[in-house]
Design a protein around this ligand. Structure first.
Ligand code: ASP
Length: 363
């Protein structure tokens, strides 16, 4: 189904060329890549994240500003329960958001962790980058910082959908909170799977995030990652998304990589940094991304994190591009035809198949 829709859209898409005055390096193919939600959600408008970002980039907007304009659509869309407004809350029912941004040419970065009450944490991360000497501000103080920078603070970012899903999670899991950690992990996993099976949450939104990276015709590379993090997390838990080198890494001379999926696995191996370093050594984005997946597999030895085949029982995805505009989407697993990532270049927006390291699925 996705293939037909994509083919139709790609055929209808008008070629987008660089704006007058934008110096085009013929060796660079401008492109924006993101997780698949960057092709799906429009927040009631007409354009997706990758279309918006690519179009703005080609008109000469700063690459990072263009990417943030794209992910803002997903952050603001209540239908994406993995990012921004309407993201699935933590175990206390509070939506806590993480985001990071990196600007290749300027060699600047900013991030926020566990921020509450602001729908667009990517813009707060950019304010950290632009207006402070720091790279990361977290928790209540991130909100205080955002208030000071003029952001609207809301009492609650839940929607009826996210609140209903949390109440159901609480009902199913609360008696399980005091088991020993291994039994609790297994019990919570069972609760999660039963909630997916009963239609309370989308399986892609247990973990879910948007990472979006782009390179323009000048070869300028930037990236952004923004998320509501792991559904029902322990309050204050940060995943990989706001951590430079984990959920996002950009080196302006080399390329960009960002991630969605089990943040703990990515944090342990700092994979986005690893991917960029592999590209620095000349690896293609796909091979560099698969190297990171291999590292995660090697570092996953705890029984509770392994399936019956002795392989990781979770997924992690990477969205990767280099400064020439070569790109890839890779993952530990790509079990279905819907295992895709979003791309927009001069041929228009589309979904492409993620390249998996391992056969089958997480089970
Ligand atoms: N990787 C992020 C995290 O672990 C979010 C996700 O993709 O679910 O918080």
């Amino acid at each position: 189904m996705a293939t037909t829709a994509v083919a139709g859209l790609a055929a209808a898409a008008q070629p987008l060329t660089a704006a007058p005055g934008v110096r085009v390096q013929s060796s660079v193919r401008p492109v924006v890549v993101s997780s698949s939600n960057g092709y799906r959600f429009k927040n009631g408008g007409t354009r997706t994240c990758v279309e918006t970002a690519f179009e703005q980039m080609m008109r000469g907007t700063d690459v990072l500003d263009a990417l943030i304009a794209g992910v803002n659509i997903v952050e603001l869309d209540p239908l994406d329960t993995s990012v921004g407004y309407g993201g699935l809350p933590n175990a206390d029912g509070v939506v806590q958001l993480d985001a990071s941004v990196m600007h290749g040419p300027r060699k600047r970065a900013g991030a926020v962790g566990a921020i509450e009450g602001v729908r667009t944490p990517s813009l707060v991360a950019k304010a950290v980058m632009d207006s402070t000497d720091h790279h990361l501000i977290v928790g209540k103080d991130a909100q205080t910082f955002a208030r000071g920078m003029g952001f609207t603070i809301e009492a609650d970012l839940n929607t009826e959908t996210s609140r209903k899903a949390w109440l159901e999670w609480k009902r199913r899991s609360d008696p399980l909170h005091y088991l020993d950690p291994n039994r609790r992990e297994a019990a919570l996993r069972d609760v999660m799977l039963s909630m997916v099976a009963d239609g309370f949450i989308n399986e892609n939104h247990i973990y879910g995030t948007i990472n979006c990276n782009g390179v323009n015709a000048r070869g300028e590379v930037c990236g952004v990652t923004t998320t509501s993090g792991l559904a029902w997390k322990i309050p204050g838990r940060l995943g990989d998304s706001p951590i430079l080198g984990a959920g996002l890494y950009v080196d302006g001379e080399v390329g960009a990589a960002g991630s969605t999926g089990r943040g703990e696995a990515n944090l342990f191996s700092l994979c986005s940094m690893l991917v960029v370093e592999e590209m620095r050594r000349g690896r293609h984005p796909k091979d560099a991304g698969l190297d990171a997946c291999r590292r995660i597999q090697r570092n996953t030895i705890e029984k509770r994190l392994l399936n019956d085949r002795g392989l990781p029982n979770f997924n992690v995805n990477f969205y990767v591009l280099n400064a020439k505009g070569e790109y890839a989407g890779v993952a530990l697993y790509a079990p279905t035809a819907g295992s895709t990532f979003a791309v927009c270049d001069e041929k228009g927006p589309r979904l492409e198949r993620v390249e998996p390291l391992l056969e089958g699925s997480t089970t």
